[in-house]
Design a protein around this ligand. Sequence first.
Ligand SMILES: [Zn+2]
Length: 56
Amino acid sequence: MYCPKCKKTIEKERVEEIDKKLRERFRIDSLSRGICPVCGCQLIDLSGKKEGLSAD
Ligand SMILES: [Zn+2]
């Protein structure tokens, strides 16, 4: 997951872990909705394009 505004990449393996921490500490669930918890910008899923394993 990549935030174009923060120019920061969050590895997909870590998204769940970070999301859990944010929920517990700050009650923020934006990451699970694909939104950057820092700036509120829509995150770009970089891995999805390569894999092509879209569920829908
Ligand atoms: Zn951001």
